[in-house]
Design a protein around this ligand. Structure first.
Ligand SMILES: [Zn+2]
Length: 123
């Protein structure tokens, strides 16, 4: 593997997709799934043995950015879920920014950090 690009996050993802397609093919017996699975697998190996580091690095970066965008909704929701015992989450009525205040403080005056709108909220 000297001088070759090797494995990155994108190729790990691709090999997982290839495996999933090939396993799905075992149940559905579809030649489309099989061909797609093999094509993705071939692409994975082409990337791993590539000498064009710059291009592969950019592909991986695009993959990571897309993955980050696609999972940010879940990540934010999960963060809020973990903190929900100590904090109350709600949206600002004027700019809809997500706000967090400590739980159990009674009626408090909240000032939105994004737009400066102030309002009262029960916690
Ligand atoms: Zn606001």
């Amino acid at each position: 593997m000297a001088g070759r690009y090797g494995v990155d996050q994108f190729s790990r993802f691709l090999s997982f997709v290839a495996l999933a397609l090939i396993v799905l093919n075992l149940f559905f017996r579809s030649s489309v799934l099989w061909i797609l699975g093999i094509a993705v697998l071939v692409l994975t190996y082409v990337r791993m043995f590539s000498k064009n580091f710059e291009k592969r690095r950019k592909e991986n970066e695009r993959y990571l950015q897309l993955k980050y965008k696609l999972t940010s909704g879940f990540r934010n929701w999960n963060d809020r879920r973990k903190q929900s015992r100590d904090y109350v989450f709600f949206r600002c009525p004027s700019c809809h920014a997500m706000l967090r205040v400590p739980r159990g403080k009674g009626k408090i005056r909240v000032t939105c950090r994004k737009c400066g709108n102030a309002f009262e909220k029960k916690t």
